[in-house]
Design a protein around this ligand. Structure first.
Ligand SMILES: Cc1ncc(COP(=O)(O)O)c(C=O)c1O
Length: 203
């Protein structure tokens, strides 16, 4: 910038970086290298998802399932294992719109809410959203234990760009805040109380 005769005083790195991966480490290293304190450049950021992504876990419910019955329709893998398909009650037109909107940030790794033994086979599975639209595919290929209708799948780091960007596509109404059930573990709740107490003591 100096060679262009421009004295830069402020750098805004914007937002778009996650708090759940290595993004911040990479950014900090680059800033240390390119804009060290003696460069005189003030650095600001506009963190969005960084602050809230990890605050919520999304719980989705299995509403239907099917296992294809013969090998000619591609439903079985080479070892003859069934390929399962599940419909869940949220999808790309709902809280999982990040699959369409931010494919580069997408890391959907559902885990089952109930304990499953290590010996239980993991089946190649496909997850569909509820709308019956061919775009409403949540995961194409994930190896998970066989699910039951009614099972809950948990998706961590669902605090940003989820419920706030839901649509009513195909008549599936978005959940209102009054319908959302917020669940804390005892550990998280005591952590919140500890933060509240220290904030109250400060003011
Ligand atoms: C101007 C501006 N800065 C920062 C952000 C935060 O982006 P992100 O959540 O991707 O970090 C937004 C989000 O809408 C924005 O509009």
């Amino acid at each position: 910038m100096r060679s262009l005769d421009f004295k830069m005083s402020l750098l805004d790195i914007g937002g778009g970086f996650s708090g759940t991966d290595d993004s911040v480490k990479v950014i900090n290293e680059a800033l240390d290298e390119l804009f060290p304190p003696d460069s005189g450049v003030r650095i600001i950021a506009e963190p969005g998802r960084y602050c809230v992504e990890s605050a919520f876990t999304l719980a989705v419910n299995v509403i239907a399932k099917r296992a294809a019955v013969n090998e000619t329709d591609g439903s079985s893998d080479e070892a003859g294992n069934r390929r399962m398909e599940y419909y869940i009650n949220d999808g790309v037109y709902g809280s999982l719109n990040c699959i369409l909107n931010f494919p580069e940030n997408m890391k959907i790794e559902p885990h089952l809410h109930r304990a499953v033994g290590d010996s239980e086979p993991r089946l190649k599975s496909l997850l569909w959203g509820p709308t019956c639209d061919c775009v409403d595919k949540v995961l194409d290929s994930v190896w998970i234990p066989e699910l039951r209708v009614g099972d809950w799948l948990l998706l961590d780091n669902s605090g940003a760009y989820t419920s706030s960007l839901c649509s009513d596509f195909n008549g599936f109404e978005r959940a209102s805040w009054t319908e959302m059930i917020i669940i804390y573990s005892c550990k998280q709740w005591s952590g919140c109380l500890a933060v509240c107490v220290s904030v109250c003591e400060c003011v």
